[in-house]
Write a new protein. Structure first.
Ligand code: HEC
Ligand code: HEC
Ligand code: HEC
Ligand code: HEC
Ligand code: HEC
Length: 244
């Protein structure tokens, strides 16, 4: 015993603190670095404080009202300012938070939203096929309608794509009304029986949206029971499907 009991305890405590500090440093360092690589949780500050929680969650504006054309093209564009101005030329038009939106509209300069999801150029992803298989946005993006600020929910790694392609039933969230996937057309009848080809199944755009509602012509039974995608087969695993 070289130290008094008290001093010994202090040394032990000090050692514990140092160990804890090193642990914390390691963890933040590790996950901080990992986060950059995987970009999971990536959540940049946006020029306008736009909230999905408010617009999609509370006002129930369907995803495809703003992200139009996802079922037809590889990309799901972020809406142009004119979509916002459908409402904000009237709603909260004097709010400082809308100022930039108005300026963008008046000067015809797009708002520079920071891109969140990003695949490297050598890997190809196409929204349309997934949407046509009635795979809900939430399967890949999480519940965006609960996010005040969008973050990336999943690591967009090759393993992630393949996991779902091999076991789709474990990962697929079937189309929900909030996403607006095919609210206008019965996707089960989207195939032209004569030619065997896809009729371009256009999701009905929601014209003049009512706050808190969206219009749909689809029979109720189909909306309520939007089924687990019966047509969704397995996704491809051959390299050239995603690398070409
Ligand atoms: C009122 C219009 C509007 C609605 C409705 C809407 N979004 Fe968005 N979305 C935006 C805007 C504007 C951005 C870009 C700013 C941001 O990231 O918050 C965006 C960004 C995103 C992003 C990130 C894009 C990137 O940069 O990688 C995803 C994913 C997304 N939205 C999914 C959804 C989903 C899923 C829904 C339905 C639950 C939805 N959005 C509903 C307007 C909308
Ligand atoms: C099968 C998975 C999957 C589904 C389902 C899906 N997305 Fe995506 N989304 C992705 C991936 C992967 C990217 C990144 C694409 C890239 O960088 O090329 C992405 C990118 C985006 C972006 C950024 C802009 C772009 O196109 O790169 C938006 C906005 C978006 N998705 C919205 C949606 C909405 C809205 C839905 C539902 C209607 C949806 N996504 C359904 C996987 C998915
Ligand atoms: C369907 C109508 C509608 C569309 C389209 C719409 N918004 Fe909104 N937005 C609203 C409503 C309603 C509110 C809530 C107003 C309130 O708090 O009383 C709101 C609130 C906001 C706010 C907060 C304003 C404040 O002062 O608190 C911002 C910022 C905003 N929206 C941005 C956008 C952007 C950017 C777009 C386009 C990508 C957009 N909105 C599209 C209806 C809409
Ligand atoms: C949540 C499940 C899920 C995830 C995640 C997913 N896919 Fe798929 N993917 C599917 C299903 C199911 C199909 C088959 C759709 C059908 O049968 O029409 C498919 C089909 C495809 C196809 C063939 C159709 C086409 O567009 O040419 C490609 C390519 C593809 N996926 C690429 C990707 C890539 C790249 C990723 C990751 C960035 C990814 N997928 C993530 C479920 C998923
Ligand atoms: C379902 C789509 C899909 C298929 C099928 C696929 N890949 Fe990939 N691959 C991806 C995506 C997405 C990435 C980007 C991953 C990232 O950045 O983390 C990737 C990345 C890669 C990379 C870069 C290193 C890495 O792992 O990040 C290599 C090499 C690669 N793939 C080879 C292959 C080979 C060989 C095959 C066939 C056996 C194949 N891929 C099949 C989607 C796919």
């Amino acid at each position: 015993m070289y130290f008094s009991k008290k001093l010994e305890n202090q040394i032990k405590l000090g050692g514990l603190l140092v160990a804890a500090a090193v642990g914390c440093l390691f963890l933040t360092g590790y996950f901080g670095f990992n986060n950059r690589v995987a970009d999971k949780g990536y959540r940049p500050e946006q020029p306008v404080p736009f909230s999905h929680k408010l617009h999609a969650g509370e006002l129930e504006i369907s995803c495809m009202y703003c992200h139009t054309g996802v079922e037809q093209s590889s990309h799901s564009p972020v809406p142009s300012t004119s979509t916002c101005m459908n409402c904000h030329s009237v709603v909260k038009s004097d709010s400082p938070k809308i100022k930039l939106v108005k300026e963008s509209y008046e000067n015809n300069t797009p708002i520079e939203w920071k891109r969140i999801h990003y695949l490297p150029g050598y890997a190809h992803f196409n929204h349309s096929r997934h949407i046509r298989a009635m795979i809900d946005c939430a399967s890949c993006h999480g519940q965006v309608e609960t996010m005040g600020v969008v973050h990336q929910e999943n690591r967009l790694s090759m393993g992630w794509c393949l996991d779902c392609h091999r076991n789709p039933e474990q990962y697929i969230v079937p189309a929900r009304p909030i996403s607006g996937i095919f609210t206008g057309v019965d996707p089960m009848n989207a195939v032209n029986k004569e030619t065997g080809k896809y009729k371009l199944a256009v999701s009905k755009p929601i014209t003049s949206p009512q706050f808190g509602q969206y219009e749909t012509e689809i029979p109720k039974t189909i909306v309520e029971g939007i089924p687990t995608p019966k047509h969704a087969g397995f996704g491809p695993e051959n390299c050239s499907a995603c690398h070409h």
